[in-house]
Design a binder for this molecule. Sequence first.
Ligand code: GLC
Length: 405
Amino acid sequence: MEANWNEWVEKCAALLKSNQIESRGHRYTRPAPMTYEQQWLWDSCFHALAYRWFDLNMAQDELLSMVAMRFTDGADRGMIPHMNYWQGGGEALWGLDDRSIITQPPLIAVAAELVYQRSNDRTFLEKLYQPLCDYHDWFIRRRDPDGDHLVSLIHPWEGGCDASPRWDAPMHIPSEPTPEQTKASRHALVKTLIDQDCNAQTLAESDHFHVEPLDYNAIRAGDLEALSRIATILGNPDDATRFQDEAKKIQQSVIAKVTNNQHYWDLSGLSEKPLDVETCARFILLFGGCATDTMAQQLVSELENPRFWTNFPVTTTPTDAPDFAPDHYWRGNVWLSVNWLIYQGLRRYGYMQQASHMAQRSLALVAQSGFHEYFNPITGEGHGPSLQSWSTIVLDMLAIEQGRS
Ligand code: GLC
């Protein structure tokens, strides 16, 4: 792909460096200093994936600082929080000063493996290994009350796409809510989580937010596969088999649900009520190998439809949906983090041309509008902070397209 590598490295490095911070002996990168000052889990994974092309020490530090705040005791032992508050300040919302009490998409073993591929630093993997094993064991112990190998989320923030219309019904908020309504409902739910000790089973029984998303589980399958390969590198063949088996169970469970239900909807509550809100989430199944070849073919032709394959793909909500709102946070925008997941999924299933197109359009978007948090999928206009760290993930797509290793 034609693009000046050095120029892109320079631009991404300058942005990430200006958002970097050191606190209490740990280094991390703020998603956007004026808006998002804390450390966020999946953001740090994307940052590490960009850093790996020009600053391997920082790529490693970004992941090591993230696991430093994991829960080491109590019912949620093993969980990596979705936010670390290195300077404190979490108390009012979470009841804890230095971390949140929920998680985010588990991409950290994926990021660790890809960083290791460039650094070959075994000590780095050794430091991360036990926290990553404990994290994945936590998911199974705490988040799969119905034992179908697919975990559930207890808060929309855990899915990463905070205000997506997919969460309106399980959050019990009216259709076409105002941004204030969705925000207030998310804050109110945190109080319930504290009261109910984040117990997925009791939250589901009391009709609170309890959603089993297929895309989230696909990301988890991809992460378990990466963890299995890390276990092999570190000479732990039994763990490697166990994690690979768990990934396989997730893949089989997703494929069985899609086949039996004949849909890709999120499943809500213990009765698994389908939430029929169409988003780009289904395309993320490819990332974690959660589709048969036939399913993949169908998904790719849906993806290529202009409903999703906009001027700047991929829109999170299709353009013909009644709630398509291209300028409203998570309600029909392009997010480069999501694009990276779909890009990797397309490559996994051999759709190289489509993946290249996505990489090209993602770079064109940043070239046109800068490193915004999210974008209008038709005009490319940028929204949210203009120097959002994770939008540097385009560098990883460029590196792959240019065959760098
Ligand atoms: C927003 C996004 C979330 C992200 C966070 C920090 O809350 O919805 O996915 O992790 O910002 O960038």
